[in-house]
Design a protein around this ligand. Structure first.
Ligand code: FAD
Length: 377
């Protein structure tokens, strides 16, 4: 984007902070408006893919993030009966298991260093076409030449595009948190354990002897699972994944609920407003790509000559991952237990076919933009 622009970014998440830094470095004067009085991450660990790592390198924060993270070499899926039906190892590269807090701190510090002004406690509720943003307290900001809506899956800025969003709310979500792994039971891989489609536990090492636990749960059961208490939860977890016996699980309060939605929009920009990250294309986390796509969006926005060029560069990939994540949700987390059989039986032999394996690796590393297309990185 052109360097002289006054830019207002709504949301200090992964997309907003990364875009703010790159635009400021290109010469723009950038404000980030964040609703939280004390901006910070919500949730547990993230798997960052090689494509997202390249954006972190461009932002100058990769070494810092790597220092506090865990190297991930493969993604593994095992049934409750012990059958390994998924085993996908990166080729000549790797992913990163990152604590959200560590990623947030690195991105925030990079933004501040680039001269970005972060304005906490500014919940944007209104937008005018002349580029003025108004917060819940009535204060106005701008006018801005460019307004970037990076306010996540439940975006307010989406409404100002004047288009109809297609939104699908998943019935299944998760409880997740980061825990100490004193015995070092988890290392080097994202380990997922499955029992049909109704029980799933995922373990992602995030560095410094910690592991991020993801426990699939139908949203109408979250309250009951939490009320049953930590001992009942531990028993249930260990019955699916015996390797979790050594994890230190202090209380249910350490497990935060997460719900997710799929959002697709006919366009991502209008006038001087553009959306990116989950605001533009929220998806469920099955492919571990949301933050990764957000980082790639930020880089593409900084490189594009126009908002139309930005959208053209990113749309095919976002659509492909949204489709894939929704399909995978049905076979990983759903009421359709019958979907587990083809998953457990066919996935291993099919994924040994060289073409399928190559495409699966492209999907995992964040390079796919269609069944036969990849993005250049
Ligand atoms: C359980 C789970 C596991 C996941 N695992 C992975 C993974 O392994 N790998 C991966 O890449 N992705 C993963 N994701 C997805 C990832 O978390 C998101 O895709 C990513 O955080 C999107 O970044 P964002 O910056 O677009 O939005 P967000 O991170 O949601 O940031 C939006 C920001 O905008 C602020 N905001 C919202 N509304 C307003 C407003 N009106 N005014 C001002 N500020 C506002 C919010 O407070 C927030 O700070 C996972 C998601 C979930 C739920």
């Amino acid at each position: 984007m052109t360097s002289s622009e006054r830019t207002g970014v709504v949301g200090a998440g992964t997309a907003g902070l990364a875009a703010a830094t790159l635009l400021a470095r290109a010469g723009a004067s950038v404000d980030v408006l964040e609703q939280a009085p004390q901006p910070g991450p919500v949730g547990a660990g993230l798997l960052i893919q090689p494509t997202g790592m390249s954006v972190l390198a461009r932002l100058g924060v990769l070494d810092r993030v790597v220092a506090g993270a865990a190297r991930i070499d493969r993604v593994v899926g095992t049934t409750v009966g012990g059958k390994r039906f998924m085993d996908l190892a990166y080729r000549d590269e790797h992913g990163l298991g990152v604590h959200r807090g560590a990623l947030f701190s690195a991105l925030r510090d990079a933004a501040v260093e680039a001269g970005v002004r972060i304005l906490p406690g500014a919940e944007v509720v209104d937008y005018r076409d002349d580029g003025v943003l108004i917060d819940a307290g009535g204060a106005s900001y701008g006018p801005y030449d460019l307004v970037v809506g990076a306010d996540g899956a439940r975006s307010t800025m989406r409404r100002f595009l004047d288009v109809r969003a297609r939104v699908f709310e998943h019935r299944w979500g998760a409880l997740w948190g980061v825990f100490d792994d004193p015995g070092g039971a988890f290392g080097g891989e994202l380990d997922q354990y499955f029992d049909g489609t109704s029980r799933l536990a995922g373990f992602l090492p995030t560095g410094s002897g910690a592991v991020s636990l993801f426990w699939s749960v139908r949203l109408d059961r979250v309250a009951a699972v939490r009320a049953a208490g930590i001992d009942a939860f531990r028993r249930e977890l260990v019955s699916l994944a015996p390797v979790a016996a050594e994890l230190k699980l202090p209380s249910m309060d350490a497990l935060l609920p997460a719900s997710y939605r799929q959002v697709s929009l006919p366009r991502w920009h209008r006038g001087r407003l553009v959306l990116l990250g989950d605001a533009a294309h929220a998806l469920s986390p099955q492919l571990g790509q949301g933050a990764n796509l957000a980082l790639m969006d930020a880089a593409a926005l900084a490189d594009a000559a126009s908002l139309a060029e930005f959208e053209a560069a990113r749309r095919a990939q976002a659509r492909f991952y949204a489709f894939g994540a929704r399909a995978l949700n049905t076979v990983f987390q759903s009421d359709w237990d019958v979907m587990a059989w083809p998953r457990d039986t066919l996935m291993a032999p099919v994924s040994r076919l060289p073409w399928v394996r190559g495409r699966a690796l492209d999907v995992l590393s964040g390079r796919a933009a269609g069944l036969f297309r990849s993005v250049r990185t």
